[in-house]
Write a protein that binds this ligand. Structure first.
Ligand SMILES: [Zn+2]
Length: 290
């Protein structure tokens, strides 16, 4: 069942044998048959990843440390030669399958497919606004109330979907539905629409100043402006985020309501933490540099 949904959602399905060469990339999700003959799933990881990173991606029910070990002698792992997905020529890279006796499905990351599935999901809710591809590293998906356009960062969205699958066992279609419902929630939020100009201008100002701040080029005056803009943003954003989650709930089928509520709490908390960290950084710059 899971395999079926995965292949419908993420596209190409390949069967591997020892000499099979598949198009797979780091962080792809694969489903495989574990030692107890059950179908389970995990990430594909490159052998250069440190242990800590790997643990983060492992399915929660996976047993113990032996499968996390990336030493070449580890028997629970299988080594395959694959052409690296993004390479212009067929560069060989080694990928390890975590705890797999036998892989039966490998799924490939396809940027256009992720964007297309997001578009289909919007259409499913009769939303036909423009959907842009973005490379904004902070948002998997966003809505601009001024231009009325949605943006999706396929790479971050894909990572979110695969992580959700592995860590929470939520299939990608359902996880995508939750993301899209939340964004439509933004679109339908009157409070946000009434403050669209003010909100988007604030976001733009923050982005501009933050970029300069990363290069530590801000004067004390600019840092104070950034702090004020962030405070203004925080007041609006926390409200708009809460609104979007409440409005988006009506698009969620009853079997997903629990997961949706967990996401709501998690994301609202995350928004707060992100904001506090950004304020802290400004505070540090102000106290250290001036
Ligand atoms: Zn949001």
């Amino acid at each position: 069942m899971i395999e079926h949904l995965l292949s419908v959602f993420l596209g190409e399905k390949s069967y591997l044998s020892d000499d099979y060469i598949a198009k797979i990339a780091q962080n792809d999700v694969c489903s495989f048959i574990n030692k107890n003959n059950e179908v389970t799933h995990g990430f594909l990881i490159a052998n250069i990843e440190p242990k800590e990173c790997i643990r983060e991606y492992l399915p929660l029910d996976l047993e113990s440390d032996d499968v996390i070990d990336t030493k070449r002698s580890d028997l629970s792992r299988k080594l395959i030669q694959v052409p690296y997905f993004d390479a212009s020529e067929q560069l060989k890279a080694e990928f390890h399958l975590v705890s797999s006796k036998k892989v039966n499905t490998v799924l490939t990351y396809d940027c256009m497919k992720v964007v297309e599935d997001t578009r289909q999901m919007l259409h499913h809710f009769n939303v036909f606004n423009l959907l842009n591809t973005s490379f904004d590293k902070y948002h998997l998906m966003s809505y601009n109330p001024k231009s009325k356009c949605f943006s999706v960062n396929p790479k971050i969205l894909y990572t979110h979907l695969t992580r959700t699958l592995v860590l929470s066992n939520i299939n990608p279609e359902d996880a995508l539905l939750v993301v899209v419902a939340h964004e439509i929630g933004h679109m339908l939020d009157d409070e946000l629409n009434n403050k669209a100009d003010e909100f988007v201008d604030t976001v733009n100002n923050i982005q501009l100043l933050s970029r300069k701040h990363e290069g530590s080029e801000l004067s004390k005056r600019e840092l104070n402006i950034l702090r004020k803009e962030l405070q203004k943003y925080q007041l609006m954003n926390l409200k708009f985020e809460a609104n979007a989650w409440i409005i988006g709930l009506k698009f969620i089928p009853s079997n997903l309501k629990r997961y949706y509520k967990e996401q709501t709490e998690k994301m609202l908390y995350q928004n707060r933490i992100d904001m506090e960290m950004r304020m802290e950084r400004i505070h540090l710059s102000l106290t250290n540099n001036f």
